[in-house]
Design a protein around this ligand. Structure first.
Ligand SMILES: C[S@@+](CC[C@H](N)C(=O)[O-])C[C@H]1O[C@@H](n2cnc3c(N)ncnc32)[C@H](O)[C@@H]1O
Length: 231
């Protein structure tokens, strides 16, 4: 089983025990530092059926028909050429192998992502990427996702949506975690000067108030599209 764009490895690690005995997980990411982070986490978890590889989605350095399943949560929409990555995914899957992926749904369903980006845009620190370029919302159109899967040669495509919630005990920890999760938000925020930083955080806390409980805990909704398909 291949976990593509695995980041710190969470999704593949959850599946690793399900493919034992005998099954092996390849935990991969294009970023060497992410792969090293995943390796450290997997080792700490005592996982023994995992190998770690630096692999790019658009050119997967694995043999034709060499894996039974591919997982990719919140990866394809960040890739420069997701159509090529899906064709590569199809190529490395054996016939009848399965792909399971997740990408973010429409902007209005993901305030956890759009509220910070709106505030940063109003401060001149973030510009929405042109349509068709990589970004968290680049594959939020179900039709586009379905047709890319079809064009890559997948069959038995099933699309669904899953509600999620980004929670934290208080604003500061919510924001710190968010900056770790969203590299576009982090890059924009890091360009803020001291005065802007304070203003941005204050505005953000205010706009997140509808999702903040009396004790200060946040629970900000979102929705992810999920797809499974057969090679
Ligand atoms: C939002 S994180 C998701 C990580 C993980 N799948 C998860 O759900 O926790 C996106 C990851 O995609 C990786 N990535 C971006 N472009 C990639 C590409 N072209 N090929 C492989 N990995 C890529 C990034 O390095 C990052 O670790």
């Amino acid at each position: 089983m291949l976990d593509l764009a695995a980041g710190p490895g969470e999704v593949g690690f959850a599946a690793a025990s399900l493919i034992e005995p005998g099954g092996e997980l390849i935990c991969s990411d294009q970023s060497e530092s992410m792969v090293e982070l995943a390796r450290a986490r997997g080792t700490a978890l005592g996982l023994t059926n995992v190998t770690y590889r630096v692999l790019g989605g658009e050119w997967i350095d694995l043999e034709l028909a060499s894996v039974d399943a591919v997982l990719c949560r919140w990866g394809y929409m960040l890739m420069v050429d997701p159509a090529a990555a899906l064709r590569e995914t199809r190529r490395v899957l054996r016939s009848g192998g399965r792909l399971a992926l997740a990408v973010w749904d429409a902007a209005e369903l993901n305030p956890w992502l759009t509220i910070p980006l709106d505030v940063l845009r109003e401060h001149g620190l973030w510009v929405a990427p042109p349509e068709g370029s990589p970004g968290p919302l680049a594959l939020s159109d179900r039709q586009l996702l379905r047709s890319m899967l079809e064009e890559a040669g997948f069959a038995e495509i099933e699309l669904d949506a899953v509600e999620i919630s980004r929670g934290a005990p208080d604003f500061d920890s919510w924001w710190a975690t968010h900056l770790d999760l969203s590299s576009s938000t982090r890059t924009a925020f890091e360009a803020a000067d001291e005065v802007q930083t304070e203003a941005i955080e204050a505005e953000l806390a205010q706009r997140l108030e509808p999702y903040t409980a009396a004790g200060g805990a946040l629970s900000v909704p979102g929705r992810t599209l999920v797809a499974v398909a057969e090679a």
